[in-house]
Design a protein around this ligand. Structure first.
Ligand code: DC
Length: 226
């Protein structure tokens, strides 16, 4: 069983394609972004972020109080748990999205999350998506994909997703958030968002989710046969 690393920009449908591959081949799927989101939620809940100002040392001091795990719901979807509470919905809020990149840039937070990610993937048979899976977490992954699409395409997808959930959102605010996160993810000093030299590039601006999932399954079969 191999390790599959799917990295790339936010809102490129990475999670959907990763989840669909894992289901098709019977692997475990791990959304590493959910872990950084859970840390950001913990920081918000514990007043370690006030008016977008992050208390970095406060977060570092309390890292050992943060316990993240994943469970599969009766409908087969993955849910993220923070200290035994299901936070899957809360971690997707715009409030968390607007601070998560700053939290994910803290080296101690990354160190702790990478350790957990490696533990979860130690036996292979895993599809993990994120920003640094192919470069830092699993440089030995047998299949690495780097996904990109234009910021406008990604903002439109995110906007439609949130409208479908019944949330009131503003397209320009989402676009701004995406551009800001791209910038923070690309310029942070520890494990910045980069394509691994041995990753396959996928620009999915003009692909449907189904097309990209089929494309990924094909890449998996090619890799698994070698
Ligand atoms: O994929 P996502 O939007 O849920 O990720 C949330 C944030 O976490 C995003 O700003 C980038 C960061 N992240 C990271 O730095 N490294 C990862 N492996 C996954 C996510």
């Amino acid at each position: 069983m191999i390790k599959v690393a799917i990295d790339g920009y936010s809102s490129t449908g990475k999670s959907t394609m990763a989840r669909s591959l894992a289901k098709a081949v019977g692997y475990r799927y791990i959304d590493s972004g959910a872990m950084y989101r859970a840390v950001a939620l913990f920081a918000l809940q514990n007043k370690l972020i006030k008016e977008s100002v992050i208390d970095t040392n406060g977060i570092i001091d309390r890292l050992d109080e943060i316990h993240i795990n994943f469970m599969i719901s009766p409908t087969g979807t993955q849910r993220t748990f923070l200290n035994n509470h299901d936070v899957e919905d809360d971690i997707r809020s715009l409030k968390v999205s607007s601070v998560v990149s700053q939290v994910a840039a803290i080296p101690e937070v990354r160190h702790s999350m990478v350790e957990l990610q490696r533990k979860l993937g130690s036996e292979g048979g895993i599809v993990m998506d994120g920003r640094d899976i192919g470069t830092t977490v699993f440089p030995d992954a047998q299949l690495k994909i780097f996904v990109t699409a234009s910021p406008e395409t990604r903002a439109r997808r995110r906007f439609n997703e949130m409208i479908e959930k019944g949330e009131q959102v503003d397209f320009d605010e989402i676009l701004e958030n995406i551009k800001e996160r791209d910038h923070l993810d690309e310029t942070r000093t520890v494990s910045p968002l980069r394509q691994a030299p041995d990753a396959i590039l996928l620009d999915n601006s003009s692909m449907t989710l189904q097309e990209q999932s089929e494309w990924l399954l094909e890449q998996f079969r090619l890799c698994d046969n070698n």
